[in-house]
Design a protein around this ligand. Sequence first.
Ligand SMILES: Cc1cc2nc3c(=O)[nH]c(=O)nc-3n(C[C@H](O)[C@H](O)[C@H](O)COP(=O)(O)OP(=O)(O)OC[C@H]3O[C@@H](n4cnc5c(N)ncnc54)[C@H](O)[C@@H]3O)c2cc1C
Ligand code: SF4
Ligand code: SF4
Ligand code: SF4
Length: 381
Amino acid sequence: MINILDKSKCNGCHACYSVCPKKCIKMVADVEGFLYPQVDSKECINCGKCVKVCPILNSEKPDLTQPNAYAIVNKRDDVLKRSSSGGVFYALATATIEKNGVVFGATFNKDGQVEHSFIDSEHDVWKIMGSKYAQSKIGSSFILAKDFLDNGREVLFVGTPCQIGGLRAFLGKEYENLLCVDIVCHGVPSPKLWDKYVKYQEDKHGSKTVQISFRDKSTGWRAYSMKFEFENGKVYQKPHEEDAYMRLFLSNVCLRPSCHDCYFKGEKRLSDITLADCWGVERILGEKDDDKGVSLTLTHTKKGENALQSLFNSCQTRKVDLDKAIKENPSAIRSTIPHKDREEFFANMDLSILKSAKKYAPYKIGLKERLARLLKKIGEK
Ligand SMILES: Cc1cc2nc3c(=O)[nH]c(=O)nc-3n(C[C@H](O)[C@H](O)[C@H](O)COP(=O)(O)OP(=O)(O)OC[C@H]3O[C@@H](n4cnc5c(N)ncnc54)[C@H](O)[C@@H]3O)c2cc1C
Ligand code: SF4
Ligand code: SF4
Ligand code: SF4
């Protein structure tokens, strides 16, 4: 049976939990707030399926091919505004739904926690749109996706590379009606930290949250903001480098241990398509960038390539040089180095979020930049 001795070797993908015939594996949060499998040994029949399915313990990768790389922008301005980068996910999701398909991805539950869920109506695509920077709980999504696939429905499954690795291992065979999409993944922060941040915001604003955006583009694609909207009409919005939670995320102090030695990163992937921000687009394409958002999109399989080609009506697609694009986005291939005080940060989780951010991810902004921002603000008035 599965027994986690080294936490850096478990990404929490839920494949073992999903495959257990006795349903005797629970995913339990550790002190840092990350989920790990825990077996009820009284119920376990020692079938070994959980060990066999684990994509890290059985780390033999199939032969993977070199991807094609594209810079893609959704032609609809309203879609682009709500998408983190270039709105490719929206185009893929609506194309799946048009074929009576089902779309799995990360959503918020009623308490603002991030978890995987599915939708099958265009009206609901917005629930899955947008990057959510906390580890998304898979729950029963692999099991549900398999049911849909076995019943012949088209399934689009979007997740982190390790979630796609877990899904593929759980399914154990190729499905013609499955399209797997992963993202370039910096790493995932602790869901416990995210919970704490949502509670802090709700207490501060005296109201429940109705909408959250980690990537609000009203301040630009590159200078995106964290935004909360509350039931009482109040709004919190701060540029990401000023927001306490985003600073902690980007400083690598609060990421899952497996993210510092990620087995799933690389140019070649287990997914059909990889989505990312096309950072450095002006250098990659040699033209001015309008700061509305562009998706770097990699296709790894014929199926992925076909799915992308079918979006020509809704998206502007240009082929780009893979090496140049990866150079601008090292998270695609390289694991993040842990913050030197990572252990101390988690040992001090009872500190307020503002104090934690001040201590472990201080906001550093030069005098020149501060002046430029002040002048911009004055100019806007
Ligand atoms: C935790 C995380 C780290 C990332 N790190 C990088 C990075 O370092 N560099 C980079 O270029 N891009 C990164 N991305 C990807 C990028 O932010 C965009 O998600 C991507 O470009 C797709 O944008 P879009 O406009 O096509 O789609 P959007 O409409 O923004 O859709 C986002 C898609 O991502 C999925 N998703 C959102 N949150 C999660 C989550 N927590 N877990 C699993 N799936 C999720 C949703 O289901 C949705 O399908 C990261 C995304 C996440 C979630
Ligand atoms: S060995 Fe079999 S029964 Fe036991 S936990 Fe693993 S999958 Fe479940
Ligand atoms: S299958 Fe996934 S959740 Fe289970 S032990 Fe392996 S990596 Fe962890
Ligand atoms: S960095 Fe790797 S291990 Fe961490 S969430 Fe992303 S894909 Fe999974």
